[in-house]
Design a protein around this ligand. Structure first.
Ligand code: HEM
Length: 401
């Protein structure tokens, strides 16, 4: 048994808001796989090497079922993920793949591309509104409205209800929350979405909920409850991550004025796609590692993980592994970021990644082209970073131009 005093607390604290914690990076540099101590005393293994992280995320001997005893939960609120109807994120095979296959056709690159004009229009509208004043909050005035509008239109969820489901999403994600508060928020959102599914059954709609209700409910391949849970996952996973990547990404571009100017001088599609991939790698907003539990003994990178033990794939640190990405900690949109783990890896790899890429490409391009003089309106020390949330970002980003 490892002495608990040698198992450092995880997640470790960041020293620089734009880099993973130094202590976690040091683990990778030392080439070790330590045990870490979580908020509830559970002590999973910490994998920071790129190849090891991929193994943890793709080997079927690791389970994503958070209700298993000893699961390395990121906080008490994470336990609520199994409290209502399990979503894809917590299902193992064969149930996971069977459910994912029913909706996968909605997430092709081609489908995502069809959203490009809509993303462009929403981004332009938000920027028009911003430019009527001389100062704005890039989170409230651009990042959130773009991400929310697109996911609402995609799913067929009324945009007018955004304050309600934003609030519930916050309760489900705030690290300091309780299992009970998160479960209640999840139940409320599930009920709301079940009503929308029921409405779509009566009045056919050309939206994700409408199409899936027509295709899968009549023959029972999906239940109303399962479809609502799928919509819940897409609604919550589909706006918070993207909004955080928009605001933290723009802030990162402002810290790299030469890259920002190059984007402003565009269009340069290659530079734009490179910027987005590098931004995803560099920022890796899913900041508390992706967690799994071994259901059989499994050896990863020389470390034996026994059945019942937890594993944390620290994708933020792995995404800077110089053996995979020679430019490591640097932000370099001209380097190859291909193969990064910001969207996860293996069976649970992000289903909305093509849509997220379209959103990020369009918003970064629109900001650079239309507000080339953009700058932060406060010193970086006054910006509140989301160290208190499951997904990293900024709570607000005051900007001027
Ligand atoms: C930049 C934005 C995004 C980032 C960084 C991101 C990140 C991730 C990550 C790391 C996972 C894997 C979790 C795990 O293995 O446990 C994941 C899964 C998922 N994401 Fe995303 N995501 C983003 C945007 C989106 C969008 C826009 C949607 C929906 C339209 C979406 C839907 C999903 C779904 C449904 C899953 C679960 C897939 C499964 O378990 O099979 N994500 N995402």
């Amino acid at each position: 048994m490892t002495d608990p005093t040698t198992a450092p607390y995880y997640p470790m604290a960041r020293q620089c808001p734009f880099a993973p914690p130094e202590q976690a990076t040091a683990v990778r540099e030392a080439g070790t796989v330590p045990r870490v101590t979580l908020w509830n005393g559970v002590r999973p293994w910490l994998f920071t090497d790129y190849d090891d992280a991929r193994t943890v995320l793709s080997d079927p001997r690791f389970s994503a079922d958070k209700s298993r005893p000893g699961y390395p939960l990121s906080s008490a609120v994470a336990l609520a993920e199994t409290a209502v109807e399990p979503t894809l994120l917590v299902l193992d095979n064969p149930r996971h793949d069977a459910l994912r296959r029913l909706v996968l056709g909605e997430f092709t690159v081609k489908r995502a591309e069809s959203w490009r004009p809509a993303v462009r229009t929403v981004a332009d509208t938000c920027i028009d509104r911003m430019l009527r004043g001389d100062r704005a909050d890039l989170v409230a005035d651009l990042a959130l409205p773009v991400a929310l509008t697109i996911i609402c239109e995609f799913l067929g969820v009324p945009f007018e209800d955004r304050d309600m489901f934003r609030g519930l999403t916050h309760t489900m994600n705030v690290v300091a929350g309780t299992t009970e508060s998160a479960a209640a928020a999840r139940q409320a959102l599930q009920d709301y979405l079940e009503d929308l599914v029921a409405a779509a059954e009566h009045t056919p709609r050309d939206t994700f909920i409408g199409r899936m209700a027509a295709r899968h409910l009549p023959d029972g391949t999906m239940t109303r409850r399962q479809l609502a849970a799928m919509a819940l996952l897409l609604l919550t996973a589909g706006h918070d991550t993207t909004a955080n990547m928009i605001s933290l990404g723009v802030l990162t571009l402002l810290r790299h004025p030469a890259h920002f100017a190059a984007l402003a001088a565009g269009p340069d599609p290659e530079l734009l796609t490179g910027t987005v991939e590098e931004m995803l790698r560099h920022l890796t907003v899913v900041q508390r590692g992706i967690r799994r539990i071994a259901v059989e003994d499994v050896r990863v990178g020389g470390r034996l993980v026994r059945a019942g033990e937890g594993a944390v794939a620290a994708i933020d640190v792995a995404n800077r592994d110089p053996e995979r990405f020679p430019h490591g900690a640097e932000f370099d949109p001209t380097a190859r970021a291909h193969g990064h783990l910001a969207f996860g890896y293996g069976p649970h790899q992000c289903m909305g990644q093509s849509l997220a890429r379209v959103e990020l490409q369009e918003v970064y391009a629109a900001v650079a082209r239309r507000i080339p003089t953009l700058r932060t309106a406060v010193p970086v020390e006054e910006i509140r970073f989301k160290t208190d949330m499951a997904v990293y970002g900024v709570h607000a980003l005051p900007v001027t131009w």
